[in-house]
Every structure is written in structure tokens, then in C-alpha cells.
Design a protein. Sequence first.
Length: 223
Amino acid sequence: AGRLMKEVQVSEARAFYGFQIAIENIHSEMYSLLLETYIKDSEEKNRLFHAIETVPCVAKKAQWALRWIDGSESCAERLVAFACVEGIFFSGSFCAIFWLKKRGLMPGLTFSNELISRDEGLHCDFACLLYSLLRKKLSEERVKGIVKDAVDIEREFVVDALPCALVGMNGELMSQYIEFVADRLLGALGCGKVYNVANPFDGMELISLQGKTNFFEKRVGEY
């Protein structure tokens, strides 16, 4: 967001990126608190705090994102890449945590994840909106190439993170879900689908629906 904030001249867009940076800092703090809460083994906790260096599949995602920050690619390419970071790189993790929510497990983790997923969705939508306003857009082939690259990296992450099949959740279904999300992102960027797959997790649609929580009974995830 910092690189795009410097490149974009529209005041409203720069203001949005300022908010996005602040929100991402809050996300980082939340994830740190979750690690402190759930991981009691100090060695494992330290490994996860430094996952960018200690977990290969996480390192690969980080390196891909940094490539667009530090590289000489066009602003249009950067916008598409960061739409992928916000829209695809979080999809596998969000889906797995939503699986826990459906089963009533780890309410603190699932509630914070619900809020964070809405923020990331907003950031992705904004990248797509800004891209739609560009006069010089990328070829559809180039957009699809960036998206497919991101999908391959997220697939690898999911297979590594979910080595064992769970009830109603496994690596194959997660890969299909990532492809479904990628097709939806391509549509938002004005391109045709690549994968043409259905959403294997019907429940994942629920995360974007308006909640009916009673304020007097439980905190709500809508804001």
C-alpha cells in the first residue's frame, strides 16, 4: 500500500491507502495476540512469529508480494498483483478458519478472522475499482498470468497447511475454492474466467451475508 500511495495521485485513493496501512497494522497486532494466546511452546511460537523466514510456503508468498513492491513493473501490474494478495493469498486461510466457525470452535479466532476477512475484501475491491479507472490497462493475457501465478502459490500453501483431510475439508476442495475465488477476482478486473469451477464450500458465501446477531447476546461482525 505504501508504494501505491506514492504512485497514485488521486487524493481520495491516497487517503484510502493511509487507512489501509493503519488497518493492516491492527491485523498484525491481532494475529500476534492470537499466537500468544494459542501457542504455548516458546520455540514453536518463535518459529511462527518469523514464518516469513522459517516456513517455506509462507516465505514464497511474501517474496511474491515483495517482488511487486520493489520491482519496476507498471502501476497497473502492481494493482492487479495486490488485488491477488488481498483476494487470493488470504482465501485458503480464511476458508479453513471459517470451517472452524461452522463447527463452533475457537470463537475468538473465528470472530477476529471474520472482521479481518471483511477488511481484506474491501482492500481487494478497492484495488479492482482503481484498476477499472486506469486509462492504460493490461492485456487480459497479462492479468490472467498474474492471477494464475498467485493461485499456484496459494495452492502450494494450502496443501502444506492442510496435510490431513478433515470432515468436509481437504487440499483438493481447498484448491478448487481458491480457483473459484480467482475466477471471481478476474471478473472484477473485467476479464473472463480461467478455471470455471463451482464453489465447493457453500457456507463460505455466508461470510459476506448480513449477520442477524442480537447485540444483547453476542458481538456482531458487521461494521
